[in-house]
Design a binder for this molecule. Structure first.
Ligand code: FAD
Length: 412
């Protein structure tokens, strides 16, 4: 039986990033990735400034920039309650949140995964693709049984890393409970190409009618777009003409520039999710640790899954590199920090979902009232500061019922 220091189940962002850091430090690492190639699954392509800082701390920034990483520098919020000329006259500069971070970083998800996977190999990790993991046994002698090219292998490790996403089999093998709240809204996403006329460095969000949009340019006329809509309309964009109808939804009065998106072409699949938050109380067990989505995810409406993932990788690898003894107690600071981090981000996602992804007259009046009050009182934007600068960048009182009530007003 082959023996490793770490076996990563999953070679996406979390598994490959963790493999790079641990292989660079001289550990023997095996990465087992199910897919034959990384495809557009409509996953994260926007890294918040605080996530970029995590990428920098991990020593991966130059790698991502070399692979086509693209910074956004300004943000515009459109809304049916706002005049677009006024909104466009004062775009929010995105380089103001952290020193040495010019703004959020965008990079295509398949390219991002492949770049990290290749770098893990270059750093000495053994990385296998097209693998079928048959069983994972955690505990004092962690082992993994997997099939590759019709041959069954068993390998053991000091630690198994669950980097296998939302439906993590490592989480199940380690009997770690996934807590989940109820979905709040539907969230569809698609890559659009041929978008001429949209500034490559400006991101935008906005709500009009029964649709809330987000647009993140990737460079070269490509824009990753998302749309939130009601849970009651789950199949709003299903069927062969769903992608075209999705694009048409971007043609809104509050953002005349959106016509450039609507006139673009689908450059990948349209996928829709029922957005919610999940979390684990303790993201490790004897012989196993969970990172990234496997450990619980934040509602993608605030786009922080990659930042969370990079923070996980940095925290877990720092702890492992600090000690020879990898018993579970070593990982307790990770559990403690992640619990509070996810509590704060869950709180922010709920505020943002209530503001942006609820529809109808009452919701519109609430947004209108919020915009008016926030223009006079910048302290009503602290939750957005947590999205950009990180969950610890906003003061603790941001994450309280009193703050939520101030943002959402009496109707909340
Ligand atoms: C619609 C949507 C939009 C999003 N937008 C953003 C955004 O703009 N910004 C952001 O920061 N985050 C965003 N996210 C979240 C982000 O995509 C995830 O948090 C991130 O991809 C998590 O990375 P991961 O490596 O933990 O998991 P995943 O990306 O799910 O990768 C898991 C990997 O493990 C492999 N795998 C799974 N099971 C097995 C197995 N049994 N054996 C071997 N391999 C296995 C998979 O093939 C995959 O490669 C979004 C998510 C969604 C759903």
């Amino acid at each position: 039986m082959d023996r490793y220091d770490l076996i990563m189940i999953g070679g996406g962002i979390s598994g490959s990033a963790m493999a790079i850091v641990m292989a660079r430090a001289g550990h023997r690492v095996l990465v087992l990735e199910r897919s034959e190639q990384f495809e557009d699954q409509v996953r994260g392509e926007w890294i918040a400034p605080w996530g970029v800082a995590e990428v920098q701390r991990l020593g991966l920034y130059d790698l991502l920039m070399g692979a086509g990483g693209h910074h956004l520098t300004h943000h515009i919020t459109y809304d049916e309650a706002l005049n677009p000329d006024v909104a466009e006259a004062a775009p929010l500069p995105l380089g103001m949140f952290l020193p040495n971070v010019p703004g959020p970083l965008c990079i295509g998800h398949p390219k991002h995964c492949q770049t990290l996977f290749d770098e893990a190999v270059r750093c000495g990790a053994e990385a296998l693709r097209g693998v079928n993991v048959v069983s994972v046994i955690t505990g004092s002698e962690p082992t993994v049984t997997y099939e590759l090219d019709g041959v069954t292998h068993t390998a053991s490790a000091r630690l198994i890393v669950g980097a296998d996403g939302r439906n993590s089999m490592v989480r199940e093998a380690a009997a770690i409970t996934l807590n989940a709240d109820r979905p709040h809204h539907m969230f569809g996403g698609m890559l659009v190409e041929g978008v001429s006329g949209w500034d490559d460095h400006i991101q935008a969000i906005g709500t009009e009618g029964e649709f809330a949009f987000l647009a993140f340019p990737q460079g070269d006329g490509k824009v990753r777009v998302y749309g939130s809509y009601s849970l009651d309309e789950r199949s709003r964009f299903s069927g062969p003409d769903g992608p075209q109808r999705f694009l048409e939804s971007f043609r809104v009065n509050c953002s005349p520039r959106n016509r450039h998106i609507a006139d673009g072409r689908p450059a990948g699949p349209l996928r829709s999710y029922a957005n919610n938050d999940t979390w684990t109380d303790v993201p490790f067990a004897q012989g196993a640790v969970l990172v990234g989505d496997a450990a619980g995810w934040n509602d993608p409406i605030i786009g922080l899954g990659l930042s969370i993932t990079y923070r996980d990788v940095r925290m877990v690898s720092d702890l492992l590199l600090r000690s020879q003894d990898w018993s579970p107690a070593l990982l307790e600071p990770y559990a403690e920090e992640r619990t509070e981090r996810m509590r704060r981000l869950r709180f922010v996602a709920k505020i943002q979902s209530s503001l942006d992804a609820e529809f109808g007259d009452q919701a519109r009046m609430r947004r209108h009232s919020y915009f008016e009050r926030a223009a006079r009182d910048p302290m009503l934007g602290l939750h957005a500061f947590a999205v950009m600068g990180g969950p610890e960048a906003a003061p603790p009182e941001t994450f309280t019922a009193a703050y939520r009530e101030r943002v959402l007003g009496v109707e909340a």
